[in-house]
Write a protein that binds this ligand. Structure first.
Ligand code: BMA
Length: 373
């Protein structure tokens, strides 16, 4: 049994950067203020997790919907298979930029805020990703028909104004995350993700390294101007052909707190070695950068769609986690099957991968939210 309870108490009782909490404190140069901010407390907590050789397990949209249900209070496919809520839950702000009331997958932002509060209250961690629309075409994040990047990072342009307003709406959401006492809830914020690929409008082929870095700087500028002190900034490249690609567009140590990697296993057992080699190359690059700047590393998004290997969690994912000091790993969502068939990354009750998943989450290494404690 391993929960986040101890580290939560540890961070809370210190009320400051919990440098002595359960291990060596590596983050001497964080972008989060080293004073008593919610972001610093979360970083310290994750630092302690990694120092103990453990990993927080995360799942996107965990309590919003699952394989054959949606918006049922307290339900979670992970809870129903592992017996515990995941240690981390990720949420996506796509469409908040339009002022919509629900995100691109239909999750109402008010519901999301409540679930973030619940997850925090049970000792878990929350993360936020963002799939914003293309500010020039009005298409979605995957619309690369027109690149907004040159104008987006050029002050004084209409696109720059639009983007600043959009980023401001995400900042306002993050600021609105408070617990019962009114204290801000920290979140892992992972903007402009998977930029080494070219499937998003901010991706590799659609901008220069300088434009990409400027986008991060602009984002941080907007957040800082609003006084956001509860965001832990996660950098998350996807596949890389060379180790240098990991750092080519890195916005700088003062803008990033966690060095992530997004990597999916496409296909079944025949593709396991390819996935393993790819994710290891990414994590090697993260580790190398971490050796010079002391930042935490994470497997920020991963998964095997539909889990064609019933033992994927213990035979493919776990060996990677054993070899790299990642503080957390997050798998993607379990879409409602009637809406998006076969699109799930954690098993649901009755799925053949359930026993293996439970063995994985029961391992001392894996941290869950500790609902039963
Ligand atoms: C993708 C898929 C899509 C979803 C998007 C944003 O990976 O899950 O169905 O809309 O993420 O959550």
């Amino acid at each position: 049994m391993k929960t986040l309870f101890i580290s939560a108490v540890c961070a809370a009782s210190l009320g400051i950067m919990a440098a002595g909490c359960g291990g060596a404190h590596k983050n001497t140069e964080t972008s989060a203020d080293s004073a008593a901010t919610p972001a610093a407390a979360l970083l310290a907590r994750l630092d302690s997790v990694a120092a103990r050789g453990q990993v927080v397990f995360g799942h996107h949209d965990d309590t919003a919907y699952g394989h054959d249900w949606q918006y049922e209070q307290g339900r979670s496919d992970v809870l129903e298979t592992a017996g515990e809520y995941p240690g981390m839950m990720n949420w996506d702000l796509g469409l908040i930029e339009y002022g919509d009331t629900a995100n691109l997958d239909g999750v109402p932002f008010d519901f999301m805020r409540e679930e973030i509060r619940s997850q925090h209250a049970r000792g878990g961690i929350n993360g936020i990703s963002w799939h914003p629309r293309n500010p020039v075409s009005g298409g979605d994040s995957w619309d690369t028909s027109v690149s907004p990047m040159a104008e987006a990072v050029q002050a004084g342009t209409a696109v720059n104004d639009t983007l600043r307003a959009w980023i401001g709406r995400t900042a306002d959401f993050v600021l609105s995350l408070t617990d019962d006492s009114g204290a801000r809830i920290p979140v892992l914020l992972r903007p402009w993700h998977e930029h080494t690929g070219s499937w998003f409008w901010w991706g590799n082929d659609h901008c220069t390294p300088e434009q990409y870095k400027a986008l991060w700087h602009l984002t941080r500028e907007v957040f800082d101007a609003r006084g956001v002190d509860n965001a832990v900034w996660v950098y998350s490249p996807d596949r890389i052909a060379t180790p240098e690609e990991y750092t080519e567009r890195y916005p700088g140590d003062e803008y990033v707190d966690i060095l992530g990697a997004d990597a999916y296993h496409f296909g079944g057992a025949e593709a396991a070695d390819e996935f393993s080699a790819r994710v290891r190359m990414q994590l090697d690059a993260a580790k190398a950068l971490s050796a010079s700047n002391g930042k935490i590393i994470a497997l920020s998004e991963t998964g095997s769609e539909g889990l064609p290997m019933a033992d994927w969690y213990t035979t493919v994912l776990m060996p990677v986690l054993r070899d790299y000091p990642v503080a957390y790993v997050c798998v993607w969502r379990n879409a409602v099957d009637s809406v998006k068939p076969g699109h799930f990354y954690a098993p649901y009750a009755g799925h053949p991968a359930t026993a293996d998943f439970k063995a994985f989450t029961d391992d001392e290494k894996i941290l869950m939210a500790g609902f039963n404690d």
